[in-house]
Design a protein around this ligand. Structure first.
Ligand SMILES: C[S@@+](CC[C@H](N)C(=O)[O-])C[C@H]1O[C@@H](n2cnc3c(N)ncnc32)[C@H](O)[C@@H]1O
Length: 278
């Protein structure tokens, strides 16, 4: 790698890389926010002067950020299945349709076996929320039938992936809720909504890969009484325990801050319930 630069890469090259990535076959259907790719390019430019290295760093970071390897449903089919399920008005049929969608992404598939207790345990600790932020939500809002939320809940779900957000808004509308799934890079542009509870599930370790140390500022900027940070207790293949490493990540992130942490450990996920206003 060449030495850290003074950002001498030609701005036209940055623009060309931005356009080619957003329009590429791999990413064009996702409609990624420009701010995300620009941020990755700017950070890479701080590491190197070499345009080929910038290109390589940005492509690698973007691949892990979007993480196509974690899985996706067929979004059109997903909307049809939801319409059919909601037409029956039968809670069990609705749960089956949502479960099928949750099973298509690794993060929510791993949570299926603990779903019946997951939100019950979290809300027993936080109280029932009326305003929720689901930060880097992926398909987690499809767990709505297990959350037992009040009818007037405001559920803000943030992601970079437009087809995911469209499917989530479809779900919200079928539930009679406001369409609050929002296309926003939460690291570049943290949400300013004041919430009772913020979910930041299975993403903090990935944020560290994008930008080391970024969680501390990010968590401080989230306006929620309870920030629920969850992390997997094993790696993706299940071969390595991760609890201690992830506990360290959380402890280092909040070192010196007057925040209380309460841990809820489930079969394959640990939730750090952070009380920010104590
Ligand atoms: C590992 S999944 C998150 C899993 C989900 N929170 C859960 O536990 O079910 C990563 C998701 O976060 C989204 N994401 C990653 N970085 C983001 C950012 N800076 N802003 C918004 N969404 C982001 C990705 O698009 C992807 O859908």
């Amino acid at each position: 790698m060449s030495k850290p630069s003074r950002n001498s890469i030609d701005p036209a090259l940055s623009e060309a890389l931005l356009t080619s990535l957003i329009a590429s076959r791999k990413y064009r259907s996702l409609d990624l926010p420009r701010e995300t790719v620009l941020d990755l390019i700017q950070r890479a430019r701080e590491q190197t002067d070499d345009p080929r290295e910038v290109d390589h760093i940005v492509r690698e970071k973007l691949h892990h950020l979007v993480a196509p390897y974690l899985g996706d449903p067929d979004y059109l089919e997903c909307q049809h299945d939801l319409d059919a399920a909601y037409q029956t008005n039968d809670p069990q049929t609705i749960k089956i349709a949502c479960q099928k969608i949750l099973a298509t992404h690794a993060s929510t598939r791993e949570r299926l076996s603990i779903l019946p207790q997951f939100y019950e345990r979290l809300f027993a600790f936080t109280g029932q929320p009326h305003i929720i932020l689901d930060l880097a939500c992926a398909l987690n809002p499809f767990a709505l039938p297990w959350m037992e939320l009040p009818a007037d809940v405001q559920y803000y779900a943030y992601d970079l992936h437009q087809p995911r957000l469209d499917a989530i808004n479809h779900l919200f509308v079928l539930n009679g809720m406001a369409a609050l799934a929002i296309h926003q890079d939460i690291l570049v542009n943290p949400p300013t909504i004041e919430a009772d509870v913020a979910f930041f599930f299975k993403e903090a370790h990935r944020f560290e890969q994008r930008r080391r140390g970024c969680n501390r500022d990010f968590w401080q900027q989230i306006h929620a009484r309870h920030l629920l940070v969850s992390l997997p207790t094993k790696n993706l293949t299940g071969s390595h325990p991760k609890t201690e490493q992830h506990r360290r990540l959380v402890q280092e992130t909040i070192a010196g801050l007057p925040w209380q942490i309460h841990e809820i450990e489930l079969e394959n996920e640990i939730v750090f319930c952070i009380e920010k206003d104590v």
